[in-house]
Write a protein that binds this ligand. Structure first.
Ligand SMILES: Nc1ncnc2c1ncn2[C@@H]1O[C@H](COP(=O)(O)OP(=O)(O)OP(=O)(O)O)[C@@H](O)[C@H]1O
Length: 280
């Protein structure tokens, strides 16, 4: 499998503060990769290094097989970066925002309407940016990041300031971009978002990856192997998912007592807590 991002023993120290300690991970072509961690764990520092905005103290970071620090000028052709919603020209229209951005960055303008269409903003092309909702602004920022059709898109907390409905909208958009072939690297501290969107998640704590994998296997790895049974005349009863407790479930079933059975598989939030002792 082709690796779009390869990071080996990456370390970043700011004076006496070690923000990243020996990070090692790979991102496969075509996946949505979630970099999860609480505030201060090193997510933005990692994105900055991967997008060659910040030098690491040591280690190696490659994008499309090329070292990000040796090939700086080429890297921006294959990546798109969205770090926050600042930097829009409030008084310009949606289309003119992209047009000016294209001019400043030497990107062809022919893709503007296609980019607006991809993010569902074509009908709003003439609207002034300052009149857009937060979600629409975020879409415009995404359109800006994908204007040159990058194969890899970096998103730092893409839904952090959005309400749940608008976040869902952005999730749908990211899935669409991913289906069209864009590999996505996103940071978030929203575990539900990561669970729904990501093919792979890496848990970052204090500058270290404490576990990495697909959400479902990760949750199963840390499951406590319990099942919750809700009976007609009783509160919920927790039993072990083991042979010894099978007879109990069988007998409740025979007596038509069972209203519902739930596995007690942990969510990613609980997995993180189990791994680090820290909430997000
Ligand atoms: N320019 C800097 N100078 C000094 N320390 C820094 C600098 N940038 C980041 N740090 C420190 O590095 C650590 C990681 O910060 P980083 O911004 O990468 O975390 P984060 O996971 O992105 O947090 P958040 O979710 O709040 O954005 C923190 O302790 C932070 O204070």
């Amino acid at each position: 499998m082709e690796h779009v991002i390869s990071v080996r023993n990456l370390r970043k120290t700011f004076k006496d503060n070690t923000a990243l300690k020996n990070l090692t991970f790979d991102v496969r072509a075509g996946e949505i990769f979630g970099f999860l961690g609480p505030s201060g764990s090193g997510k933005t520092t990692t994105i900055k290094i991967l997008t060659s905005q910040l030098m690491p103290s040591s280690g190696e970071a490659k994008i499309f097989g090329k070292d990000v620090f040796l090939q700086q000028s080429n890297i921006y052709q294959s990546i798109g970066v969205l770090t926050d919603t600042s930097g829009l020209y409030e008084r310009l229209s949606v289309r003119d925002n992209l047009s000016l951005f294209a001019e400043i960055n030497g990107v062809a303008k022919k893709n503007i309407d296609e980019a607006l269409d991809r993010v569902g903003l074509l009908p709003a092309a003439r609207q002034e940016a300052k009149k857009l909702s937060r979600g629409m602004k975020q879409r415009l920022m995404i359109a800006r990041a994908v204007l040159h059709k990058p194969k890899l898109l970096f998103l730092d907390e893409p839904t952090s300031a959005l309400d749940p409905g608008t976040s869902l909208d952005i999730h749908r958009l990211l899935r669409k971009l991913n289906k069209e072939g864009t590999t996505i690297f996103l940071t978030t501290h929203n575990m539900e978002e990561a669970d729904k969107l990501c093919d792979t998640v890496a848990f970052l704590n204090d500058g270290e990856i404490v576990d990495i994998g697909s959400p479902q296997p990760l949750k199963l790895k840390y499951t406590n192997n319990k099942i919750k049974v809700i009976l007609k005349d009783n509160p919920a009863i927790t039993v072990n998912n083991e042979k010894a407790d099978a007879a109990k479930i069988h007998s409740w079933m025979n007596d038509e007592q069972i209203l519902a059975i739930h596995s007690l598989e942990p969510n990613l939030e609980q997995v993180f807590l189990k791994l680090t002792g820290r909430e997000l």
